[in-house]
Design a protein around this ligand. Structure first.
Ligand SMILES: *Cc1c(COP(=O)(O)O)cnc(C)c1O
Length: 439
């Protein structure tokens, strides 16, 4: 959510010698790259100050250009599920790179990767690999439209599905210039955790809505959990109205469970989108689902989607190695334990002191929300105090803990976080909260 900077006083790292080299690079790069970043939320637009440059990442730690170390909870916004630089993944990518990074023709690692994903997600019958989550969602929406032969889609206020026209069209909190009116008209907004709002849209647009896209657990308005019956209700409404149900599991996929949120909540989507954690750090997206729908893609059917780097060998190698680690290790147990320990360290103090902070998480996806009441939808997320978050973020930054520079985006724990990392993080966070609320 973009906040008006003029309304609040944000904290800042400007002028601090601890960030000297980052600040110098930041001033230069802004002359050449808009905002100094290739993706806007990397800039500290929500928290104030100037982004920190990183030079390396290993396990649970990041190192910046000034040599400062951080316990990392950004996880690269999701991909670093095994921690940074897991040796098996690095080795697989290096060996594959040496054989040729891209052929533009079929190769065997695509087959192995497809088998790996389909083994983990019994609901996926066929799959296509692309190079980002945005591409996966964009392609899945086109396919759902081609299949249903209906143009309108329903998405949820405050949801994030990447930066394609269709999913930015009406999304109030992330408004964008340059979106055609046709895209706006074709995207209808419902309220998360509110089936009636979906029912009403179906009833007033009968025969025009062919697609519902939803994050089974929201990651961009705070980590928001689906209330019991919500995902099941969406499944029923889609069946009743002949619409394709797309689960955007770009962040939840392979993170919440090997079979993603679908496994966790036992609701089957028609199409699912993946990305982030699936590639072991390589740029990846994927979409898949029912054979009958996937067969509509050219060359089998009539819906076009392509990509020079789609399914490239290095990304496939990174994905295969990552999925192998997730299948054989105890990554999910470790991540759950670490995340639970983090919240167990914070919760009693927050409750005892009556601080207006909500701890929300599913598995290794968590958010620390500066709000007086739990956040269950986009409207609730508007109550978040971005000023308090900005102070929290910078206090943590100064003390070696890196969070997403956004008061609403999901933070991620990896399988490489140690009990000591968590202990240290609890200490740093409680000190920061005390400074914010007790002064
Ligand atoms: C990150 C994300 C996307 C976009 O993926 P990119 O790889 O950044 O294009 C789409 N949907 C969800 C739920 C995401 O978290």
């Amino acid at each position: 959510m973009l906040v008006q900077k003029s309304e609040i006083t944000l904290a800042s790292n400007l002028g601090k010698s601890r960030y000297k080299n980052s600040l110098a690079q930041g001033t230069k790069i802004e002359q050449l790259i808009p905002g100094g970043v290739d993706s806007p939320f990397r800039a500290f637009i929500e928290v104030g100050g100037q982004a920190v440059f990183f030079t390396s990442a290993r396990g649970s730690k990041l190192t910046d250009l000034d040599g400062n170390q951080y316990i990392d909870y950004l996880g690269a916004w999701g991909p670093a599920i095994l921690g940074h630089c897991p040796p098996e993944v690095v080795q697989a990518c290096q060996e594959t790179l040496a054989l040729g990074p891209v052929f533009g023709a079929p190769h065997s690692l695509e087959l192995v990767m497809a088998e790996s994903v389909i083994n983990a997600c019994p609901n996926i019958e066929k799959i296509r690999f692309v190079s980002s989550g945005t591409e996966a969602v964009m392609s899945a929406i086109r396919l759902a439209r081609g299949y249903s032969r209906r143009e309108k889609i329903i998405m949820f206020e405050g949801g994030y599905h990447g930066h394609s026209d269709a999913t930015l069209a009406s999304n109030g909190h992330l408004s964008s210039g340059g979106i055609p009116g046709g895209s706006r008209a074709a995207t209808l907004l419902a309220r998360y955790n509110d089936l009636d709002s979906v029912r009403e849209l179906f009833e007033s647009n009968s025969d025009q809505i062919g697609t519902v896209i939803v994050e089974p657990v929201c990651g961009s308005m705070g980590v928001v959990v689906p209330e019991p019956g919500f995902l099941e209700g969406l499944r029923q409404l889609c069946d009743q109205h002949g619409a394709v149900l797309i689960f955007d599991e770009v962040i939840t996929g392979f993170r919440l469970a090997r079979g993603g949120a679908q496994e966790l909540y036992n609701v089957k989507a028609d199409l699912s989108c993946f990305g982030k954690a699936l590639g072991g750090g390589m740029p990846i997206g994927a979409y898949g689902g029912k054979r009958e729908i996937m067969q509509r893609l050219i060359p089998d059917g009539d819906v076009y989607q392509a990509g020079t780097f789609s399914g490239n060998p290095v990304t496939m190698a990174g994905g295969i190695a990552t999925l192998a680690q997730l299948a054989q290790g105890d990554a999910y147990r470790l991540m759950e334990e670490r995340a639970a320990a983090l919240f167990a360290g914070l919760e009693p103090v927050i409750r005892q002191k009556h601080w207006p902070v909500q701890l929300q998480r599913v598995g290794s996806m968590f958010s620390i929300l500066f709000a007086a009441a739990p956040v269950k939808n986009y409207q609730d997320s508007l109550t978040i105090d971005h000023q308090a978050f900005s102070h929290f973020f910078h206090d943590l930054l100064d003390n070696g803990v890196y969070l997403p520079p956004s008061g609403v985006d999901a933070a991620c724990i990896s399988a490489a976080h140690s009990p000591e990392d968590i202990e240290q993080t609890v200490k740093v966070m409680l000190t920061a909260l005390d400074r914010i609320f007790t002064g």
